[in-house]
Design a protein around this ligand. Structure first.
Ligand code: NDP
Length: 333
């Protein structure tokens, strides 16, 4: 079985030389464990932070050990009464061909009428993140103007649909480059789009939302957060979800210059980690499965084939190579 290992801690933008692929025999499962053949692996921006040797909400990656992350796989051998060979499970030991995991650390998924890979994107953590952000942490109310950054990414492609479901009147998204911006409006359910690479975001957001915004789903931090604080109306809400614009920064990045607006405009900014809210996952799956199965929602994914190309997928994700969820496919299953 092959595993992707981190061999050096990148400084700034990671390079392929920071990783290697190692061959290892698959250990025999202990009682209570299962052997899973990984079919799909999730590629996540949060992996960049874990390459640093500093504590975060997930532990740092160890050097000379496999990376990990969400994966969908098929049980090929079971020493647990709760799982059988052939069961499809979500677990967190991706970045390897085969994983030996405790049955209690897996979630069996129901693939009837949906794709297994959906459980890494729309039905998985990115989808749940978009849903919690806009229903709970920065709740959208009917008639709201909502702004979403990294709108063409895994969280972003679900956020537009969630915002609409919650009654948003106008949904504005930002993404990098004219092609992605066009796609936000033509294919991804956004009313207006901002290409943040084309110029300063502040004026572009003012033009897109002349009367201001009510809710901001912040996936990127930095100047887009500053622009959103300027544009928010009194009582506005921000779900502070991630700061991918600072993923490769080696020094702390200065914050927005306009934080005084939080007081003046009675804003609320709330951070959250989706993994703290897995009790909400089944409810989200039920809602979003309905949208997939009635054909009203078909969010895109970007698929890279083969474990040997997984590092390229990760480096690509950090530079915007994806539309929708970035996935690595290991098997056609
Ligand atoms: P995406 O699919 O959105 O991929 C990352 C995207 O970031 C890229 O496609 C790229 O899009 C964009 N990007 C890269 N560099 C920059 C930059 N300098 N400025 C602005 N955008 C940039 O990833 P996810 O949907 O999985 O995650 C989105 C955010 O949500 C991340 O910050 C992630 O850490 C966070 N997250 C937080 C969770 C939580 O529990 N709080 C859970 C899941 C995700 P483009 O081409 O448009 O630049």
């Amino acid at each position: 079985s092959r595993e992707v290992h981190l061999v050096s801690r990148p400084v700034g933008v990671p390079s392929p030389a920071d990783f290697t692929i190692v061959e290892r025999a698959v250990p025999a499962p202990e009682p209570g464990e299962v052997v899973v053949r990984n079919d799909w692996m999730s590629v996540d921006p949060s992996m960049r932070a874990r390459m640093r040797d500093v504590p975060s909400y997930l532990p740092p990656f160890a050097l000379g050990a496999p990376l990990d992350g969400a994966a969908i796989g098929t049980v090929v051998e079971s020493r647990s009464p709760g799982l059988r060979a052939g069961d499809v499970v979500w677990h967190h030991s991706g970045w390897r061909d085969f994983a030996v995991v405790r049955a209690e650390d897996t979630h069996r998924v129901d693939t009837a009428g949906v794709r297994g890979s959906d459980y890494l994107g729309v039905l998985g953590m990115p989808g749940l993140t978009a849903y919690l952000a806009l229903s709970e942490f920065a709740p959208v109310r009917p008639g709201d103007v909502v702004f979403v950054s990294a709108a063409a990414g895994a969280v972003g492609v679900v956020a537009a649909r969630v915002a609409r479901h919650l009654g948003a009147a106008t949904v504005i998204g930002s993404a990098g480059g004219p092609e992605k911006a066009r796609r936000l409006v033509e294919r991804l359910g956004y009313d207006r789009a901002i290409d943040y690479k084309a110029g300063p975001v502040g004026p572009a957001l003012r033009a897109a939302a002349p009367d201001g915004i009510d809710v901001y789903l912040d996936n990127v931090g930095g100047d887009q957060l500053e622009a959103a604080l300027d544009a928010l109306r009194t009582g506005g809400r921000v779900a502070v979800c991630g700061s991918v614009s600072q993923a490769n920064a080696e020094e702390p990045v200065p914050g927005p210059a306009n934080l005084a607006l939080i007081t003046r405009k009675r804003l609320s900014l709330r951070g959250f980690i989706v993994l703290d809210h897995l009790d909400r996952w089944p409810g989200w799956i039920a809602l979003a499965r309905g949208w997939l199965q009635d054909g009203s929602f078909d969010p895109p994914t970007t698929v890279v084939d083969g474990l040997e190309n997984a590092v390229g997928a990760l480096l690509g994700l950090l530079s915007g190579a994806n539309v929708g969820k970035m996935l690595v496919r290991l098997n056609q299953a």
